[in-house]
Design a protein around this ligand. Structure first.
Ligand code: SF4
Ligand code: SF4
Length: 345
């Protein structure tokens, strides 16, 4: 990894340089929240944002996308390539970069890479920025508070300057042309250490740190707790919509009025939707809230870990805010903390 230092005053030049060849997507303020949107100028960007309503996931896996058109008369699928916009995601937090790394495992690095996702990922530069945790952040519990890969540049704020971690030639060339990057001094490294420590000490200490949560979930699979938690679920699917790692989708064919031509589309789906596990013939193998919510939490904190050696939750806290029934991983951690307290009595 190559490290350089730039002044904060050089960021507008960096963004302008990106804009010459890319669409730049960055955090902007919308009412009382922040969202990722395409921006026209550096001055639209709120780099000191706390968290965004949803993550940049939609730029890699759009909520709805056409996979291909078809013509039943020709009995063949027309060749089709999705339009890919060269893009820079500017200002992603470490948790969102770690979420993207998990999506890579599913859509890019598996046996059957998804060509739509792979094309978007390859055409996108990711520029990360350091952050301070909110009360609902728990990324540190799963080691997602630092991004070690999956980005092109990462900007660590060290007080009026940024220590820039560089991991792609393309981004390095743009940085070099737009700014005056210099070699990090010992003072810069010490300030980096202080900034890291300030972040680590700012996490909400009331969130239980239960590292063996995956094993506990197996042990308490039949606990009545899941009935209680599932009974509260409104099946609104907001948790999946805001989650940077949820990747389930549905595929539907939409026919034109002629009944022969149409398009095959992919749309985000959610395991908390009552129809998610309904199959032909009407059987629903997760017909109640208990099974749906338990499945969601297991996939986040247990199942994905078994297959990919990391949680599918990056602790971004978005579902903590989005779920009006207070169903989220923190709630599950608190349940196991209570269980531990009871067992110890
Ligand atoms: S489950 Fe919740 S906290 Fe975990 S990554 Fe998804 S939205 Fe963030
Ligand atoms: S867990 Fe919460 S956010 Fe998710 S579907 Fe149920 S009520 Fe909605």
């Amino acid at each position: 990894m190559l490290y350089r230092v730039i002044d904060a005053s050089e960021l507008p030049s960096l963004v302008s340089a990106f804009m010459e060849s890319y669409e730049v997507v960055a955090p902007v303020k919308r009412d009382r929240s922040y969202v990722f949107e395409a921006v026209e100028s550096y001055h639209d960007i709120e780099l000191g944002y706390d968290t965004t309503v949803s993550s940049p996931k939609k730029y890699f896996l759009p909520p709805t996308e056409t996979l291909f058109p078809f013509d039943a008369r020709a009995e063949e699928v027309a060749s089709f390539a999705a339009e890919i916009t060269p893009r820079v995601i500017f200002g992603a937090h470490a948790c969102d970069i770690n979420a993207l790394n998990r999506l890579d495992l599913v859509f890019r690095d598996g046996r059957y890479p998804d060509p739509y996702y792979v094309a978007r990922r390859a055409a996108t530069l990711v520029v990360g920025v350091s952050c301070m945790p909110t009360d609902t952040c728990f990324c540190h519990l799963w080691g997602a508070d630092e991004a070690r890969f999956g980005y092109d540049l990462f900007l660590q704020d060290i007080g009026g300057k940024y220590l820039v971690s560089i991991s792609s030639v393309e981004a390095a060339n743009i940085l070099e042309a737009a700014c005056s990057p210099r070699v990090a001094t010992d003072e810069d490294r010490i300030e980096f250490r202080h900034a890291t420590r300030r972040r680590q000490e700012a996490f909400n200490g009331d969130i239980p740190d239960i590292q063996d949560v995956a094993m506990l979930m197996d042990a308490f699979h039949k606990d009545p707790y899941w009935e209680e938690l599932g009974g509260r679920c409104l099946a609104c699917t907001a948790c999946s919509a805001v989650c940077p790692t949820c990747f389930c989708f549905d595929i539907q064919d939409t026919l034109d009025p002629d009944g022969r031509t149409g398009v095959r589309e992919r749309t985000w789906d959610s395991c908390t939707s009552p129809q998610f596990a309904q199959v032909a013939g009407g059987h629903n193998f997760r017909a109640d809230g208990r099974n749906r919510v338990r499945h969601r939490m297991y996939h986040k904190l247990n199942g994905f870990l078994a297959n990919h050696d990391r949680m599918l939750c990056v602790g971004c806290g978005r579902c903590v805010t989005a779920c009006k029934a207070n169903i989220n991983p923190i709630e599950v951690l608190e349940f196991f903390e209570r269980k531990g307290a009871c067992d110890a009595e």
